[in-house]
Design a protein around this ligand. Structure first.
Ligand SMILES: Cc1cc2nc3c(=O)[nH]c(=O)nc-3n(C[C@H](O)[C@H](O)[C@H](O)COP(=O)(O)O)c2cc1C
Ligand code: SF4
Ligand code: SF4
Length: 365
């Protein structure tokens, strides 16, 4: 079997799957449940100098995604220091505390959290805007008062995330977490004709499946821009999702929405699926697989001439799903095996994303 244990900034983990800051780690008991669910590390809910006043309702599921208008923890930071972190530390897992928001808040809180025994600090930059300066000041404030690793968490709203990542590392960041939820967004209750979520605007921030491609691109860009560990977050729900983030350069992965929707056993399930995937694909370790997509795509030139899909007749079940979905009408079934009409095929690749048994493949590189 592949070895999925890892070490991120001196934090030893049995696997690289951890919660992302949010309701799965809203207090000490929840963090113990996350550990029992099989996570390799714990990331606590964000704290700030004042408890948050969270609008209600604050969560709404949309398929495997959700909108939320939660803020940071509504528990006082003193309670976190006195009780909640201690419970998390009792699990023996590495504990990353999340805190926000500006340099003043962070300068005051960071040394207190270090003293409480947490192993690293994640800085939420969610409300700091798209200019790197407030984030840089926040990192410097955290670094000045502490000696544990500091990892800013970047928002997908940042236009040039590579520039942000470079600025973060220059300011002393030891690693980077990406991404937070994406927004603002809106969902409307068709019965009341009102925005569903409870803030004044009714806005929410989207997470889960819907943001995975955004998150993956951000992680890929950050990992190409800087040489520090990146924790990839955004739409991770399966071991294959986790593998994609690691191939894009992530050293570890964070899961929030899937943990809300499925419960804490999600961490162990994703870790087991990752191990199975890596073993089947001959990756011996996380380090072996980390950044493989960056290396493979280096210097790659885009293509404009079509390749045509090939069907593995032994794997094809004749289900007809690809036939139904080929917008160019280039697929038919013959003797329960999909057939490609090259005169009609555009080489678009869509059919390969439909086949559940991966019987139809297209080779461009
Ligand atoms: C209900 C909810 C609450 C969240 N609270 C926080 C938080 O307190 N601090 C933070 O940095 N991110 C918070 N997030 C963002 C998640 O940590 C994560 O970055 C984002 O949801 C994308 O990951 P996912 O698709 O696995 O949920 C929250 C997300 C949700 C859905
Ligand atoms: S979707 Fe896959 S299994 Fe189904 S007919 Fe097409 S190639 Fe065969
Ligand atoms: S590559 Fe596109 S056009 Fe060709 S068979 Fe598949 S879905 Fe149809």
């Amino acid at each position: 079997m592949a070895d999925i244990s890892t070490d991120i900034l001196g934090m030893k983990m049995k696997n690289p799957v951890m919660p992302a800051a949010g309701p799965p780690c809203l207090d000490g008991d929840a963090m113990v449940a996350v550990s029992e669910g099989g996570a390799g590390a714990i990331v606590a809910k964000t704290v700030s100098r004042q408890p948050a006043k969270v609008p209600r309702p604050c969560m709404y599921r949309i398929r495997n995604s959700m909108l939320n208008t939660e803020l940071w923890s509504d528990l006082p930071v003193e309670q976190w220091i006195k009780t909640e972190y201690k419970k998390a530390l009792s699990t023996g897992l590495p504990l990353i505390a999340s805190l926000g928001y500006n340099a003043e808040d962070i300068g005051e809180l960071a040394p207190k959290l270090e003293k409480a025994g947490v192993h690293a600090l994640e800085l939420s930059t969610h409300y700091l805007g798209t200019d790197p300066k407030p984030m840089v000041d926040a990192i410097k404030a955290a670094k000045e008062g502490t000696s544990i690793p500091v990892l800013p968490k970047l928002s997908p709203n940042i236009l040039d995330i590579m520039e942000f990542a470079r600025a973060a590392v220059k300011a002393g960041a030891d690693g980077i977490v990406a991404i937070n939820s994406l927004g603002p967004c809106l969902t409307i209750d068709l019965e009341t004709g009102m925005p569903v979520l409870g803030g004044d605007s009714g806005y929410g921030w989207v997470s889960g499946d819907a943001i995975k491609p955004v998150a993956l691109r951000c992680v890929y860009d950050i990992a190409r821009a800087v040489d520090v560990p990146v924790i990839g977050v955004g739409g991770i729900r399966t071991g294959r999702d986790a593998a994609e983030f690691i191939m894009a350069g992530a050293a570890g992965v964070g899961v929030c929405t899937a943990a809300i929707l499925e419960g804490p056993s999600v961490f162990g399930r994703i870790a087991r699926e990752l191990e199975v995937f890596m073993t089947a694909h001959d990756y011996r370790s996380i380090e072996d697989m980390r950044g493989v997509a960056i290396r493979n795509a280096k210097g790659r030139k885009g293509k404009t001439t079509p390749s045509y899909p090939k069907v593995d007749a032994d794997l094809c079940t004749g289900c007809g799903v690809c036939v139904k979905h080929c917008i160019y009408d280039a697929l038919t079934l013959k003797d329960d095996v999909a057939q490609v009409d090259r005169k009609k095929c555009y080489g678009c690749g869509l059919c390969t994303s439909y086949c559940a048994v991966r019987a139809i493949k297209i080779k461009y590189w």
